[in-house]
Design a protein around this ligand. Structure first.
Ligand SMILES: *Cc1c(COP(=O)(O)O)cnc(C)c1O
Length: 342
């Protein structure tokens, strides 16, 4: 039986052409600044994001953790949207590494400048933890791959600057946002002090994220990366996959978005709760109401038919489209899921 894996866009496998690019990469010891392929990737992404400098790191989680380390002090308060990756999917790293706490605002991962202003706690107060950072996730994973409205991101960052709060963009899926909205990466990144993007999600690389910002911040990020154990050596082998993906795998994300839509539209005809308005990129999240089977049962039934999806909560299922699944497979997966919930 054919296996259709929609658990995540991280399950993508490097293509033969990507592997060839990796095999042929020029490399050197990046800790001596001597890996030309890493340097090329960093420069390319800094340019794409419109930032002064960028550094290559092993994972999106490390990028986020470096961002927190750079922009906060222990005891600080960080404002985030609901169910942010930085809160839910990083094993408590923010508390362990940077000693910060979170204040969650807004709905479905989105929030407004007014939300930031009402959550803001000023520095120098004898009781309050000072709010020193606001973090936006775009697209928002647990929000169902929704695009963070750009006008709101601009307003949030303007309010943050007024309040003396730093701004961070978790852009693990920012390439999806760019393709979904037609906005450039530089425009999406412009309001933020520090931005990260992932190469190992929709872009199909085996490893890697990049964090970008002002040169002075990135110089500090190099030290934080070392502290977190993420300083690498001949990592040009990995960066080569990133350079390949920037060339070949961005525009095609539109196919993943179309496939997610196709999947979501079929599921909207099934007795599940799904908000088609939130299906803006490559993620489909739906809720299976009582008395239908719970998420774990739906996941197991689908798996028996060769379709892999994730149970995101007791009654919530997530499917993610990516470069290793085509429209025919997504149509088939939708039928299997529709039967699994029945
Ligand atoms: C996947 C992801 C990350 C980073 O994940 P890693 O698995 O550590 O590379 C960060 N933020 C968001 C929104 C993500 O979806």
């Amino acid at each position: 039986m054919e296996r259709i894996d929609l658990r995540s866009d991280t399950v993508t496998l490097p293509s033969d052409a990507m592997r060839a690019a990796m095999a042929n990469a020029l490399v050197g010891d990046d800790q001596y600044g001597e890996d030309p392929t890493v340097r090329a990737l960093q420069e390319r992404i800094a340019t794409l994001l419109g930032k002064e400098a960028a550094i290559f790191v092993p994972s999106g989680t490390m990028a986020n953790q470096i961002g927190l380390k750079l922009l906060t002090r222990p005891g600080d308060d960080v404002v985030v949207g609901e169910e942010a990756h930085i809160v839910w999917h990083e094993s408590g790293a923010a508390a362990a590494n940077s000693g910060v706490q979170f204040t969650v605002v807004g709905h479905g991962g989105l929030f407004s400048a007014a939300d930031l202003r009402s959550a803001f706690k000023p520095p120098g107060h004898i009781i309050f933890p000072p709010t020193t950072l606001v973090a936006v996730e775009n697209t928002h994973n647990r929000g169902g791959g929704v695009v963070f409205p750009q006008a709101e991101a601009v307003a949030i960052c303007a309010a943050a600057r007024e309040l003396g709060v730093a701004t961070y963009l978790d852009g693990a899926r920012l390439f999806n946002t760019a393709v979904a909205t037609g906005r450039s990466l530089a425009e999406l990144a412009a309001p933020f002090d520090v931005v990260s993007v992932a190469l190992s999600k929709g872009l199909g690389c085996p490893v890697g994220s990049v964090i970008a910002g002002r040169a002075a911040d990135m110089a500090r990020a190099v030290r934080a990366r070392r502290m977190f154990g993420g300083a690498m050596r001949q990592s040009g082998i990995l960066a080569a996959a990133g350079l390949y993906a920037l060339e070949h795998n961005i525009a095609r994300l539109a196919e993943d978005h179309a496939n997610a839509h196709l999947l979501a539209e079929r599921l909207a005809d099934a007795p599940v709760e799904i908000d088609l308005a939130t299906v803006q990129s490559n993620i489909v999240i739906f809720r299976v109401p009582e008395p239908l089977p719970d998420a774990a049962t739906v996941v197991r039934r689908a798996q028996e038919q060769g379709v892999l999806v994730s149970a995101f909560a007791a009654r919530t299922v997530r499917a993610v489209t990516h470069l290793n699944v085509d429209a025919t497979q997504c149509r088939h997966a939708a039928e299997v899921l529709a039967q699994a919930v029945a």
